[in-house]
Design a protein around this ligand. Structure first.
Ligand code: ADP
Ligand code: ADP
Length: 231
């Protein structure tokens, strides 16, 4: 479970304080699928960076599965990140010189998993996203939708319970967008917690909860408490 209490992120710009996040109170329960919307500059990236343990708030409390993480060091945040969170990006962020399989296996290299097990686990995740036969291909031999599926397999390979996605369909055509959103819906049904940033109301509608951020505050919170039964 994610629990933010009075989270503020203050930037000092030209001798002035500017609150990119102005006091966020938010609980996201295990298994929720939340879409985060809001105009450019409203604080979405700042909030996602804090939720994803990539950045620390200036003030406030962030409890992740009961552990206070708001004031951890960079190294401690990295440990929390690797244990709990998988990331999916708009631009896929795949390494172009290595195969789809090796891209998916990369987080396991950092986790110290042996070569054989890395191969098996990465291949299983590629199979789960429907790309088993593409395992040896490099990213530039794959379509945009296939690249994003590789990126999702990579996000899942450490078995995180939280998936954070920043505009994951922003660079995809309509057909690939549908495929990727079905994948997120399947992950939601499996019980994963998903937080997804989008500008598209149609995409946000796939989520069980819609959050709107304006000027660093949550100004709308719809569908709260709709949680899939975790079997
Ligand atoms: P969004 O993702 O919704 O577009 P951001 O979180 O990127 O919004 O930015 C929120 C506000 O904080 C913007 O006004 C932005 O200019 C400001 N901001 C973000 N990061 C920094 C930073 N590192 N230094 C100063 N201001 C920042
Ligand atoms: P997005 O495309 O997600 O809205 P932005 O373009 O707002 O992202 O920000 C891109 C990066 O630049 C972010 O990491 C943010 O922290 C940083 N940033 C945004 N605004 C500023 C700013 N005014 N000063 C310094 N860094 C900023």
């Amino acid at each position: 479970m994610i629990e933010l209490t009075n989270i503020k992120k203050i930037y000092h710009i030209g001798g002035q304080d500017f609150a990119a996040l102005a006091g966020i109170n938010l609980v996201i329960r295990e298994g929720e699928f939340a879409a985060l919307m809001g105009p450019s500059g409203s604080g979405k990236s700042t909030l996602m960076n804090i939720l994803g343990c990539l950045d620390r708030p200036t003030e406030g409390s962030y409890k992740l599965n009961g552990e206070e993480v708001a004031h951890l060091s960079d190294d401690e945040l990295a440990v929390v990140r690797n244990r709990h969170i998988g990331f999916v990006f708009q631009n896929f962020n795949l390494l172009s010189r290595i195969s789809a399989l090796d891209n998916v296996a990369l987080p396991l290299v950092y986790a110290g998993v042996g070569r054989k097990e890395r191969h098996e686990r990465a291949l299983q995740k590629l199979t789960d996203v429907g790309l088993k036969t593409w395992a040896d291909h490099k990213p530039n031999e794959l379509s945009g939708g296939q690249r994003q599926r590789v990126a999702i397999a990579r996000a899942l390979v450490n078995e995180p319970h939280i998936i954070m996605a920043d505009e994951p369909t922003g660079n995809l055509d309509t057909k690939s967008t549908k495929d990727i959103m079905h994948l997120f819906e399947d992950l939601h049904e499996e019980g994963k917690t998903i937080i997804l940033v989008t500008h598209e109301p149609d995409i946000a509608a796939c989520a069980s909860r819609q959050l709107l951020l304006c000027d660093g505050m949550i100004t709308r919170d719809a569908g709260k408490g709709v949680v899939m039964d975790v079997v």
